[in-house]
Design a protein around this ligand. Sequence first.
Ligand code: AMX
Length: 433
Amino acid sequence: MSRFFEKIKSIVEIKREEFNLFLQQYKNIKIGEIKISQIINGMRCLKVLFTDLSSVDPEKGIIWRGYTVDEVLQKLPKPPLSKMPYVEAQFYLLITGDIPSETEVREIIDIFNERRKLPDYVYNILKTMPKETDPNIMLSVAINSMQHESVFAKAYQKGKVTKYNAWEYMLEDVLNLLPKISIISAFIYRLKYKNNMFIKEDDSLDLGGNFAYMMGIKQPYDEFLRLYMILLSDHENGNVSAHTTHLVASALADAYCSISAGINGLSGPLHGGAIRESFNWFMNLYQQKKNQLTKKILEQICVDMLNKGLVIPGYGHAVLRNKDPRFLAQMKFGEEYLKNDELFKIARLAFDTIPHILKKHTKIKNPWPNIDNISGIIHSHYGIDKNFFTVLFSNSIAVGSLANIFWDRALNLPIERPKSVTISQLFELNKTR
Ligand code: AMX
């Protein structure tokens, strides 16, 4: 038994006992009221989900296992000569709750390296898909195609899964699947954009380093991939993709079905597509104005957009009420490596200009740039096609979503099934108040 498995086993035993005691004691405590507007408006700010891996503080941003973005970037172990931590270290933090030592990260890297080989049929499936297929859909199909290999599903069919051991089978699937996602993604990238010129993995590299290497993109893109995958790994499990993964897994589906459903959840322009929307907006500004764009012109463009009822892409947030530290971390990367990139210069001008304008519209609760603001500009600087951005997002959310569904099984969380209400029921309820 590996040290990692032993550690997880002891954490699960302790946490499960604590969790059950907590539930016994507090299960009837009320934590809030529900307004009709919240039910209709996408359950915004309703506290109805549970995760212990992270929570979003409206002022400080995402807190992973008690650590802020800056703390995580500073404290997690890093590859030699790298400024960004290992993605594997973030996975370790999310799943165990502890900052790993160098040795503990090494163990995860070794586990991933042993398990990342793809079955041949995955390559064949991807090669036979229509050329026009969206790369993120290709990723989802590739993951689904491996579902029959699920250790959890096989054990369930044999009647071996119990509420005491379900997490062990889920852990096997999570560790088998997570390292394969970047290998599939790099293959899709080369297949779609680089004339099938595939690059074999480099066993000496960590997940982020190998991902960039297999895509054929030079340093420091590996650094950005590590940063990006950490920043987007987990956001309190409530966004469309993470929540979908959790929802599907709640019916005791395996990790393959659950994460591919979550990845499909990234398809919409309001979630996974938001990076592309923001990138397109900056690109249009550049194409229309080239380097003639000034603060004054940009102000006028934004005022006109707001007057027409349009949203400014890359600004605002449903929960955060301050600058998103995940945006600031990417901005810092941009300042170091992209200073002369024309789109980056526009994004910086926008950062200096737009919040002042949005602040004048009191209905807009957060005037600051969000996580999706400059990600596309940075990926694109290294040659990534905008249609591939969602694949990179999928790789990132897989880190946190897979850690979350492991804990769903470890804590025996039940199938999710909220109650719907009709308009007439709401009328009736209102009458009795
Ligand atoms: N530009 C113009 N208007 C904005 C705005 C923006 N960037 N952000 C919010 N508003 C408007 C809303 O449209 C809403 O107007 P309405 O009452 O007329 O419908 C009003 O301000 C109140 O919205 P809010 O409570 O501040 O935000 P929200 O929770 O409803 O929406 C979000 C959050 C991100 C969808 C919104 O800010 C937005 O559309 N931003 C631009 C698109 C974007 O960047 N999306 C990526 C978000 C990051 C992510 O989660 N992936």
